[in-house]
Ligand binder design. Structure first.
Ligand code: ADP
Length: 502
Protein backbone atom coordinates (compact mmCIF):
# COMPACT_ATOMS: atom_id res chain seq x y z
CA UNK A 1 0.00 0.00 0.00
CA UNK A 2 1.27 3.50 -0.84
CA UNK A 3 0.54 6.06 1.88
CA UNK A 4 1.30 9.77 1.61
CA UNK A 5 1.27 11.93 4.73
CA UNK A 6 0.81 15.65 4.22
CA UNK A 7 1.92 17.16 7.50
CA UNK A 8 3.21 20.32 9.15
CA UNK A 9 5.44 18.39 11.60
CA UNK A 10 7.75 15.40 11.58
CA UNK A 11 10.07 14.29 14.38
CA UNK A 12 12.86 14.99 14.83
CA UNK A 13 13.44 17.43 11.95
CA UNK A 14 10.37 19.63 12.46
CA UNK A 15 8.86 19.02 15.86
CA UNK A 16 6.63 21.13 18.06
CA UNK A 17 4.72 18.38 19.86
CA UNK A 18 3.23 14.90 19.70
CA UNK A 19 1.97 15.25 16.10
CA UNK A 20 5.59 15.16 14.94
CA UNK A 21 6.25 11.94 16.88
CA UNK A 22 3.09 10.28 15.59
CA UNK A 23 3.85 10.86 11.90
CA UNK A 24 7.38 9.60 12.47
CA UNK A 25 6.47 6.53 14.56
CA UNK A 26 3.50 5.47 12.45
CA UNK A 27 5.41 5.91 9.18
CA UNK A 28 8.38 3.90 10.40
CA UNK A 29 6.14 1.06 11.51
CA UNK A 30 4.19 1.07 8.22
CA UNK A 31 7.47 0.91 6.29
CA UNK A 32 8.70 -1.86 8.53
CA UNK A 33 5.63 -3.89 7.65
CA UNK A 34 6.35 -3.51 3.95
CA UNK A 35 4.30 -0.49 2.93
CA UNK A 36 5.51 2.49 0.92
CA UNK A 37 5.31 5.78 2.81
CA UNK A 38 6.05 9.29 1.54
CA UNK A 39 5.84 12.40 3.66
CA UNK A 40 5.29 15.93 2.36
CA UNK A 41 6.50 18.71 4.65
CA UNK A 42 7.18 22.44 4.27
CA UNK A 43 10.85 23.29 3.85
CA UNK A 44 11.08 25.43 6.98
CA UNK A 45 14.20 27.53 7.44
CA UNK A 46 14.18 26.21 11.04
CA UNK A 47 14.26 22.51 10.03
CA UNK A 48 16.86 20.58 11.99
CA UNK A 49 18.96 20.08 8.88
CA UNK A 50 21.35 17.77 10.72
CA UNK A 51 18.50 15.22 10.80
CA UNK A 52 17.90 15.38 7.04
CA UNK A 53 20.07 13.15 4.89
CA UNK A 54 20.64 13.15 1.14
CA UNK A 55 18.84 16.47 0.61
CA UNK A 56 18.62 17.35 -3.07
CA UNK A 57 16.39 19.16 -5.53
CA UNK A 58 13.76 16.76 -6.84
CA UNK A 59 11.60 19.07 -8.96
CA UNK A 60 12.23 22.66 -9.97
CA UNK A 61 9.62 25.28 -10.74
CA UNK A 62 6.55 23.37 -9.70
CA UNK A 63 3.79 25.88 -10.26
CA UNK A 64 1.18 26.35 -7.58
CA UNK A 65 -1.75 28.69 -7.15
CA UNK A 66 -3.08 31.25 -4.72
CA UNK A 67 -6.23 33.08 -5.83
CA UNK A 68 -5.45 34.44 -9.30
CA UNK A 69 -1.66 34.24 -8.79
CA UNK A 70 0.85 31.54 -9.68
CA UNK A 71 4.08 30.89 -7.81
CA UNK A 72 6.98 28.55 -8.50
CA UNK A 73 8.13 26.07 -5.85
CA UNK A 74 11.19 23.94 -5.50
CA UNK A 75 10.52 20.43 -4.28
CA UNK A 76 13.39 18.91 -2.36
CA UNK A 77 13.79 15.28 -1.47
CA UNK A 78 15.66 13.77 1.44
CA UNK A 79 15.36 11.24 4.20
CA UNK A 80 14.73 11.62 7.90
CA UNK A 81 15.49 8.49 9.87
CA UNK A 82 15.21 6.46 6.68
CA UNK A 83 11.82 7.93 5.74
CA UNK A 84 11.41 9.53 2.29
CA UNK A 85 10.44 13.19 2.62
CA UNK A 86 9.44 15.76 0.00
CA UNK A 87 10.01 19.31 1.20
CA UNK A 88 8.08 22.15 -0.42
CA UNK A 89 9.94 25.41 -0.78
CA UNK A 90 7.64 28.14 -2.10
CA UNK A 91 9.16 31.06 -3.98
CA UNK A 92 6.48 33.35 -2.70
CA UNK A 93 6.89 37.03 -1.78
CA UNK A 94 5.62 36.29 1.75
CA UNK A 95 8.45 33.81 2.41
CA UNK A 96 5.92 31.48 4.05
CA UNK A 97 8.39 29.07 5.65
CA UNK A 98 11.28 31.39 6.42
CA UNK A 99 9.98 32.66 9.72
CA UNK A 100 12.35 30.93 12.14
CA UNK A 101 9.44 28.96 13.60
CA UNK A 102 6.77 26.49 12.60
CA UNK A 103 3.60 28.10 13.97
CA UNK A 104 2.58 31.34 15.60
CA UNK A 105 2.56 33.70 12.65
CA UNK A 106 -0.37 36.01 11.83
CA UNK A 107 -0.74 34.40 8.41
CA UNK A 108 -0.55 30.75 9.56
CA UNK A 109 -3.78 29.98 7.72
CA UNK A 110 -2.43 31.39 4.46
CA UNK A 111 0.92 29.64 4.95
CA UNK A 112 -0.51 26.18 5.54
CA UNK A 113 -3.39 26.28 3.07
CA UNK A 114 -0.85 27.26 0.41
CA UNK A 115 1.30 24.31 1.51
CA UNK A 116 -1.62 21.85 1.38
CA UNK A 117 -2.66 22.99 -2.10
CA UNK A 118 0.92 22.79 -3.36
CA UNK A 119 1.34 19.29 -1.90
CA UNK A 120 -1.65 18.09 -3.95
CA UNK A 121 -0.36 19.92 -7.00
CA UNK A 122 2.95 18.10 -6.54
CA UNK A 123 1.27 14.68 -6.37
CA UNK A 124 -0.83 15.51 -9.40
CA UNK A 125 1.98 16.86 -11.57
CA UNK A 126 4.38 14.03 -10.74
CA UNK A 127 1.72 11.44 -11.50
CA UNK A 128 1.82 9.89 -8.05
CA UNK A 129 -1.42 8.22 -7.21
CA UNK A 130 -1.12 6.80 -3.68
CA UNK A 131 -3.72 4.58 -2.06
CA UNK A 132 -4.07 6.75 1.03
CA UNK A 133 -3.72 10.43 1.64
CA UNK A 134 -3.24 10.90 5.38
CA UNK A 135 -3.77 14.46 6.68
CA UNK A 136 -3.08 15.80 10.17
CA UNK A 137 -4.84 18.56 12.13
CA UNK A 138 -6.04 21.90 10.78
CA UNK A 139 -2.86 22.92 8.87
CA UNK A 140 -3.42 20.28 6.19
CA UNK A 141 -7.21 19.85 6.57
CA UNK A 142 -8.07 21.86 3.43
CA UNK A 143 -6.46 19.11 1.35
CA UNK A 144 -9.54 16.91 2.03
CA UNK A 145 -12.10 19.05 0.14
CA UNK A 146 -9.44 20.13 -2.37
CA UNK A 147 -8.61 16.55 -3.18
CA UNK A 148 -12.21 15.33 -3.38
CA UNK A 149 -13.64 18.19 -5.42
CA UNK A 150 -10.69 19.51 -7.40
CA UNK A 151 -7.93 16.92 -7.84
CA UNK A 152 -10.02 13.77 -8.07
CA UNK A 153 -11.94 15.11 -11.05
CA UNK A 154 -8.54 16.03 -12.55
CA UNK A 155 -7.44 12.41 -12.38
CA UNK A 156 -5.73 12.00 -8.99
CA UNK A 157 -8.41 9.44 -8.45
CA UNK A 158 -7.10 6.69 -6.28
CA UNK A 159 -6.47 7.78 -2.72
CA UNK A 160 -8.88 7.52 0.13
CA UNK A 161 -8.48 10.37 2.60
CA UNK A 162 -7.80 9.74 6.27
CA UNK A 163 -7.70 12.70 8.62
CA UNK A 164 -6.27 12.55 12.13
CA UNK A 165 -7.32 14.96 14.87
CA UNK A 166 -4.34 15.27 17.17
CA UNK A 167 -5.79 18.24 19.01
CA UNK A 168 -9.29 19.58 18.48
CA UNK A 169 -8.51 22.84 20.27
CA UNK A 170 -6.97 24.28 17.11
CA UNK A 171 -9.32 24.28 14.15
CA UNK A 172 -8.11 26.85 11.62
CA UNK A 173 -11.12 29.16 11.86
CA UNK A 174 -10.71 31.94 9.33
CA UNK A 175 -12.36 34.32 6.93
CA UNK A 176 -14.11 32.67 3.95
CA UNK A 177 -11.83 34.55 1.54
CA UNK A 178 -9.33 31.72 2.18
CA UNK A 179 -11.57 29.51 0.03
CA UNK A 180 -11.00 31.79 -2.91
CA UNK A 181 -7.23 31.76 -2.25
CA UNK A 182 -7.08 27.95 -2.40
CA UNK A 183 -9.26 27.81 -5.50
CA UNK A 184 -12.64 26.83 -4.05
CA UNK A 185 -15.76 28.84 -4.78
CA UNK A 186 -16.95 30.46 -1.49
CA UNK A 187 -20.58 30.30 -2.68
CA UNK A 188 -20.33 26.52 -2.73
CA UNK A 189 -18.18 25.85 0.35
CA UNK A 190 -19.10 28.55 2.87
CA UNK A 191 -22.25 26.65 3.83
CA UNK A 192 -23.47 24.90 7.02
CA UNK A 193 -23.13 21.47 5.38
CA UNK A 194 -19.56 22.15 4.26
CA UNK A 195 -16.96 24.48 5.79
CA UNK A 196 -18.95 27.13 7.66
CA UNK A 197 -18.13 27.19 11.37
CA UNK A 198 -21.21 26.10 13.37
CA UNK A 199 -20.88 28.90 15.94
CA UNK A 200 -18.82 31.70 14.42
CA UNK A 201 -20.93 31.65 11.33
CA UNK A 202 -18.95 34.43 9.63
CA UNK A 203 -15.95 32.11 9.57
CA UNK A 204 -15.06 28.92 7.82
CA UNK A 205 -13.52 26.10 9.84
CA UNK A 206 -10.78 24.15 8.06
CA UNK A 207 -10.82 21.23 10.49
CA UNK A 208 -14.58 20.85 10.09
CA UNK A 209 -14.02 20.66 6.33
CA UNK A 210 -11.74 17.66 6.79
CA UNK A 211 -14.32 15.94 9.02
CA UNK A 212 -16.97 16.42 6.34
CA UNK A 213 -14.78 15.40 3.37
CA UNK A 214 -12.49 12.62 4.66
CA UNK A 215 -13.33 8.95 4.28
CA UNK A 216 -12.24 8.27 7.85
CA UNK A 217 -11.44 10.52 10.78
CA UNK A 218 -9.22 9.20 13.50
CA UNK A 219 -8.32 10.64 16.80
CA UNK A 220 -5.48 9.64 19.00
CA UNK A 221 -7.13 7.72 21.82
CA UNK A 222 -10.44 5.92 22.41
CA UNK A 223 -11.37 8.15 25.39
CA UNK A 224 -10.67 11.34 23.42
CA UNK A 225 -12.89 9.99 20.65
CA UNK A 226 -15.76 9.90 23.16
CA UNK A 227 -14.86 13.21 24.83
CA UNK A 228 -14.85 15.21 21.59
CA UNK A 229 -18.45 14.22 20.96
CA UNK A 230 -19.56 15.92 24.18
CA UNK A 231 -20.44 19.60 24.65
CA UNK A 232 -17.57 19.98 27.16
CA UNK A 233 -14.90 18.32 25.03
CA UNK A 234 -16.05 19.15 21.52
CA UNK A 235 -14.59 22.67 21.25
CA UNK A 236 -17.74 23.69 19.38
CA UNK A 237 -17.59 20.77 16.91
CA UNK A 238 -19.33 18.10 19.00
CA UNK A 239 -22.49 18.17 16.89
CA UNK A 240 -20.52 17.88 13.66
CA UNK A 241 -18.52 15.00 15.14
CA UNK A 242 -21.67 13.27 16.32
CA UNK A 243 -23.21 13.65 12.89
CA UNK A 244 -20.14 11.91 11.40
CA UNK A 245 -19.66 9.45 14.29
CA UNK A 246 -19.63 6.48 11.92
CA UNK A 247 -16.35 7.59 10.37
CA UNK A 248 -14.72 8.39 13.71
CA UNK A 249 -12.13 5.99 15.16
CA UNK A 250 -10.04 6.31 18.34
CA UNK A 251 -6.62 4.74 17.81
CA UNK A 252 -4.14 5.10 20.65
CA UNK A 253 -0.76 6.50 19.62
CA UNK A 254 2.34 4.47 20.14
CA UNK A 255 5.83 5.67 20.93
CA UNK A 256 8.90 4.97 18.87
CA UNK A 257 10.36 2.19 20.95
CA UNK A 258 13.76 2.39 19.24
CA UNK A 259 14.09 6.08 19.94
CA UNK A 260 12.61 5.96 23.43
CA UNK A 261 14.69 3.07 24.64
CA UNK A 262 16.59 3.45 27.94
CA UNK A 263 18.82 0.55 26.91
CA UNK A 264 20.33 2.47 23.98
CA UNK A 265 19.48 6.08 24.80
CA UNK A 266 22.60 8.15 23.97
CA UNK A 267 21.55 10.92 26.36
CA UNK A 268 21.88 8.77 29.50
CA UNK A 269 24.98 8.06 31.53
CA UNK A 270 23.48 4.83 32.87
CA UNK A 271 21.49 2.77 30.37
CA UNK A 272 19.13 0.00 31.38
CA UNK A 273 17.14 -2.71 29.67
CA UNK A 274 13.41 -2.63 30.26
CA UNK A 275 12.07 -5.23 27.85
CA UNK A 276 10.04 -8.00 29.45
CA UNK A 277 10.22 -10.28 31.31
CA UNK A 278 11.15 -8.09 34.26
CA UNK A 279 12.62 -10.34 36.91
CA UNK A 280 14.22 -9.35 40.22
CA UNK A 281 17.71 -9.04 38.76
CA UNK A 282 16.53 -6.79 35.96
CA UNK A 283 14.45 -4.69 38.33
CA UNK A 284 17.49 -4.18 40.54
CA UNK A 285 19.62 -3.07 37.62
CA UNK A 286 16.85 -0.69 36.51
CA UNK A 287 16.59 0.95 39.91
CA UNK A 288 20.37 1.23 40.23
CA UNK A 289 20.72 2.80 36.79
CA UNK A 290 17.89 5.20 37.52
CA UNK A 291 19.66 6.26 40.72
CA UNK A 292 22.87 6.95 38.80
CA UNK A 293 20.97 8.98 36.24
CA UNK A 294 19.27 10.84 39.04
CA UNK A 295 22.59 11.77 40.63
CA UNK A 296 23.86 13.03 37.31
CA UNK A 297 20.69 15.05 36.73
CA UNK A 298 20.87 16.54 40.22
CA UNK A 299 24.41 17.71 39.51
CA UNK A 300 23.41 19.03 36.09
CA UNK A 301 20.42 20.95 37.46
CA UNK A 302 22.06 22.11 40.70
CA UNK A 303 19.79 20.01 42.91
CA UNK A 304 20.90 18.53 46.23
CA UNK A 305 22.24 15.03 45.80
CA UNK A 306 19.83 13.32 48.17
CA UNK A 307 17.72 10.29 47.50
CA UNK A 308 14.39 12.09 47.76
CA UNK A 309 11.44 11.20 45.54
CA UNK A 310 12.10 13.14 42.34
CA UNK A 311 9.03 14.28 40.43
CA UNK A 312 9.57 15.31 36.82
CA UNK A 313 7.55 16.80 34.02
CA UNK A 314 8.41 17.52 30.39
CA UNK A 315 5.82 19.62 28.67
CA UNK A 316 4.74 22.56 26.64
CA UNK A 317 3.74 25.08 29.31
CA UNK A 318 0.43 26.01 27.69
CA UNK A 319 -3.11 26.21 29.11
CA UNK A 320 -3.96 22.65 27.99
CA UNK A 321 -1.22 21.21 30.18
CA UNK A 322 -2.49 22.89 33.38
CA UNK A 323 0.47 25.21 34.12
CA UNK A 324 -1.23 26.46 37.26
CA UNK A 325 -1.49 22.86 38.51
CA UNK A 326 2.15 22.19 37.60
CA UNK A 327 3.07 25.26 39.65
CA UNK A 328 1.06 23.90 42.57
CA UNK A 329 2.56 20.42 42.15
CA UNK A 330 6.07 21.90 42.48
CA UNK A 331 5.17 23.64 45.75
CA UNK A 332 3.37 20.58 47.09
CA UNK A 333 6.14 18.12 46.11
CA UNK A 334 8.65 20.17 48.08
CA UNK A 335 6.29 20.35 51.06
CA UNK A 336 5.96 16.57 50.93
CA UNK A 337 9.74 16.22 51.07
CA UNK A 338 10.49 15.59 47.39
CA UNK A 339 12.38 17.23 44.56
CA UNK A 340 11.01 18.57 41.28
CA UNK A 341 12.49 18.91 37.80
CA UNK A 342 10.38 20.83 35.27
CA UNK A 343 11.30 21.15 31.62
CA UNK A 344 8.72 23.47 30.07
CA UNK A 345 8.72 24.82 26.54
CA UNK A 346 6.48 27.27 24.64
CA UNK A 347 5.56 29.31 27.73
CA UNK A 348 3.86 32.65 27.13
CA UNK A 349 5.74 35.60 28.71
CA UNK A 350 3.15 35.71 31.49
CA UNK A 351 3.46 32.02 32.37
CA UNK A 352 7.24 32.14 32.02
CA UNK A 353 7.39 35.05 34.47
CA UNK A 354 5.55 33.06 37.15
CA UNK A 355 7.85 30.08 36.82
CA UNK A 356 10.99 32.22 36.80
CA UNK A 357 9.76 33.79 40.03
CA UNK A 358 9.06 30.36 41.52
CA UNK A 359 12.55 29.19 40.64
CA UNK A 360 14.00 32.23 42.43
CA UNK A 361 11.92 31.49 45.53
CA UNK A 362 13.08 27.88 45.69
CA UNK A 363 16.69 28.45 44.67
CA UNK A 364 17.92 28.18 48.23
CA UNK A 365 16.26 24.78 48.84
CA UNK A 366 18.21 22.95 46.14
CA UNK A 367 15.12 20.89 45.56
CA UNK A 368 13.44 22.49 42.55
CA UNK A 369 14.86 22.93 39.06
CA UNK A 370 12.80 24.80 36.50
CA UNK A 371 14.07 25.02 32.94
CA UNK A 372 11.95 26.99 30.48
CA UNK A 373 13.30 25.59 27.29
CA UNK A 374 12.99 22.92 24.64
CA UNK A 375 15.81 20.48 25.37
CA UNK A 376 15.72 16.99 23.87
CA UNK A 377 18.66 15.62 25.89
CA UNK A 378 17.37 16.99 29.18
CA UNK A 379 13.93 15.52 28.45
CA UNK A 380 15.48 12.04 28.14
CA UNK A 381 17.46 12.53 31.34
CA UNK A 382 14.36 13.56 33.27
CA UNK A 383 12.39 10.51 32.08
CA UNK A 384 15.27 8.26 33.10
CA UNK A 385 15.87 9.88 36.50
CA UNK A 386 12.40 10.69 37.76
CA UNK A 387 10.65 8.49 40.28
CA UNK A 388 7.33 10.22 39.64
CA UNK A 389 6.14 12.08 36.56
CA UNK A 390 3.19 14.45 36.77
CA UNK A 391 0.79 15.38 33.92
CA UNK A 392 -2.15 17.43 35.24
CA UNK A 393 -3.63 18.25 31.81
CA UNK A 394 -6.97 19.97 31.47
CA UNK A 395 -7.47 17.83 28.37
CA UNK A 396 -5.08 15.45 26.65
CA UNK A 397 -5.94 13.89 23.27
CA UNK A 398 -3.41 11.09 23.81
CA UNK A 399 -0.26 12.29 25.50
CA UNK A 400 3.08 10.69 24.82
CA UNK A 401 4.95 11.76 27.93
CA UNK A 402 3.12 9.33 30.22
CA UNK A 403 4.00 6.45 27.89
CA UNK A 404 7.65 7.50 27.69
CA UNK A 405 7.74 7.93 31.48
CA UNK A 406 6.27 4.44 31.95
CA UNK A 407 8.85 2.96 29.59
CA UNK A 408 11.65 4.66 31.52
CA UNK A 409 10.35 3.47 34.90
CA UNK A 410 8.94 6.77 36.16
CA UNK A 411 5.53 6.32 37.79
CA UNK A 412 2.97 8.73 36.28
CA UNK A 413 0.52 10.91 38.19
CA UNK A 414 -2.12 12.11 35.76
CA UNK A 415 -5.42 13.82 35.43
CA UNK A 416 -7.69 11.09 34.11
CA UNK A 417 -8.65 12.51 30.70
CA UNK A 418 -8.26 11.47 27.04
CA UNK A 419 -5.31 9.19 26.39
CA UNK A 420 -4.10 9.58 29.97
CA UNK A 421 -7.25 7.72 31.08
CA UNK A 422 -6.52 4.97 28.52
CA UNK A 423 -2.95 4.36 29.68
CA UNK A 424 -2.59 5.17 33.40
CA UNK A 425 -4.43 3.03 35.93
CA UNK A 426 -4.63 4.14 39.53
CA UNK A 427 -3.04 1.95 42.16
CA UNK A 428 -5.92 2.49 44.59
CA UNK A 429 -8.79 2.21 42.12
CA UNK A 430 -10.85 -0.81 43.23
CA UNK A 431 -11.76 -1.46 39.59
CA UNK A 432 -8.11 -1.72 38.51
CA UNK A 433 -6.57 -5.14 38.40
CA UNK A 434 -3.38 -5.17 40.56
CA UNK A 435 -1.40 -6.45 37.55
CA UNK A 436 -2.48 -3.44 35.52
CA UNK A 437 -2.08 -0.60 38.04
CA UNK A 438 0.83 1.59 37.00
CA UNK A 439 0.33 5.02 38.52
CA UNK A 440 -1.89 7.55 40.24
CA UNK A 441 -4.82 9.42 38.76
CA UNK A 442 -7.22 12.17 39.75
CA UNK A 443 -10.44 13.37 38.16
CA UNK A 444 -10.90 17.10 38.81
CA UNK A 445 -8.19 19.42 37.47
CA UNK A 446 -7.77 21.37 40.72
CA UNK A 447 -5.45 21.59 43.73
CA UNK A 448 -7.46 19.02 45.63
CA UNK A 449 -7.10 16.51 42.84
CA UNK A 450 -3.34 17.08 42.42
CA UNK A 451 -2.78 16.93 46.16
CA UNK A 452 -4.75 13.71 46.56
CA UNK A 453 -2.79 11.85 43.89
CA UNK A 454 0.61 13.39 44.67
CA UNK A 455 0.40 12.68 48.42
CA UNK A 456 -0.51 9.05 47.81
CA UNK A 457 2.36 8.71 45.36
CA UNK A 458 4.98 10.21 47.67
CA UNK A 459 3.71 8.13 50.58
CA UNK A 460 3.90 4.97 48.49
CA UNK A 461 7.47 5.80 47.37
CA UNK A 462 8.57 6.43 50.97
CA UNK A 463 6.65 3.80 52.92
CA UNK A 464 5.82 0.97 50.52
CA UNK A 465 8.83 0.30 48.30
CA UNK A 466 7.48 -3.12 47.28
CA UNK A 467 4.26 -1.62 46.03
CA UNK A 468 6.28 1.08 44.29
CA UNK A 469 8.40 -1.48 42.46
CA UNK A 470 5.25 -3.30 41.47
CA UNK A 471 3.83 -0.14 39.88
CA UNK A 472 7.11 0.48 38.07
CA UNK A 473 7.25 -3.08 36.88
CA UNK A 474 3.67 -3.02 35.54
CA UNK A 475 4.37 0.26 33.73
CA UNK A 476 7.63 -0.88 32.17
CA UNK A 477 5.99 -4.08 30.96
CA UNK A 478 3.29 -2.29 28.96
CA UNK A 479 3.61 -2.37 25.20
CA UNK A 480 3.34 1.11 23.70
CA UNK A 481 5.19 0.27 20.51
CA UNK A 482 3.62 1.36 17.23
CA UNK A 483 3.01 -2.21 16.13
CA UNK A 484 -0.55 -2.60 17.30
CA UNK A 485 -1.60 1.00 16.53
CA UNK A 486 -0.11 0.77 13.03
CA UNK A 487 -2.07 -2.44 12.44
CA UNK A 488 -5.26 -0.58 13.38
CA UNK A 489 -4.41 2.22 10.95
CA UNK A 490 -3.71 -0.34 8.24
CA UNK A 491 -7.02 -2.03 8.81
CA UNK A 492 -8.73 1.35 8.51
CA UNK A 493 -6.75 2.23 5.36
CA UNK A 494 -7.88 -1.08 3.82
CA UNK A 495 -11.53 -0.46 4.73
CA UNK A 496 -11.32 3.02 3.19
CA UNK A 497 -9.75 1.67 0.01
CA UNK A 498 -12.47 -0.97 -0.27
CA UNK A 499 -15.26 1.55 0.11
CA UNK A 500 -13.51 3.87 -2.38
CA UNK A 501 -13.28 0.90 -4.75
CA UNK A 502 -9.47 1.11 -4.99
P1 ADP B 1 1.83 17.65 22.99
O1 ADP B 1 1.84 17.09 21.62
O2 ADP B 1 0.48 18.17 23.40
O3 ADP B 1 2.91 18.65 23.25
P2 ADP B 1 2.54 14.99 23.87
O4 ADP B 1 2.61 14.41 25.24
O5 ADP B 1 1.64 14.30 22.90
O6 ADP B 1 2.14 16.51 24.04
O7 ADP B 1 3.99 15.02 23.20
C1 ADP B 1 5.02 15.77 23.74
C2 ADP B 1 6.33 15.38 23.07
O8 ADP B 1 7.18 16.53 23.06
C3 ADP B 1 7.10 14.32 23.86
O9 ADP B 1 7.95 13.62 22.98
C4 ADP B 1 7.94 15.17 24.85
O10 ADP B 1 9.10 14.49 25.29
C5 ADP B 1 8.29 16.35 23.97
N1 ADP B 1 8.45 17.61 24.73
C6 ADP B 1 7.47 18.38 25.26
N2 ADP B 1 7.98 19.47 25.83
C7 ADP B 1 9.33 19.39 25.69
C8 ADP B 1 10.43 20.22 26.09
N3 ADP B 1 10.23 21.34 26.76
N4 ADP B 1 11.69 19.82 25.76
C9 ADP B 1 11.88 18.66 25.09
N5 ADP B 1 10.89 17.84 24.68
C10 ADP B 1 9.62 18.20 24.96
Amino acid sequence: MHIVHITSELAPAAKVGGLADVVHGLSRELERSGHHVDIILPKYDCLRYEDVKDLHVFFRDLESFEGPYRFPNTIWSGTVDGLRIYFIEPHHPNAYFSRGKIYGEKDDVERFTYFARTALEFLFKTGQNPDILHLHDWPTAIAAPLYKDMYRPLGLNKPAVVFTIHNLAHQGKCHPHILHRVGLNPDLYYTPEKLQDPHHTRDINLLKGAIVYSDAVTTVSPTYEKEIQTTEGGHGLHEVLRAYALKLHGILNGIDSDYWNPETDPHLIARYATHPPINEVKLKSITEAKKRNKRQLQVHLGLQQNDLPLCGTVTRLVAQKGPELIYYAIERTLELGGQFALLGGNASPEIAKQFVQLQKEYQYTGNAAIRLDYDEALAHQIYASADLFIIPSVFEPCGLTQMIALRYGAVPIVRSTGGLADTVFDKDDPHTNAKKSNGFAFIDPDHKGVNWALSRAVECWKDHPDQWLNLMCNGISMDFSWQSSAQQYLQLYRQCCLSEGV
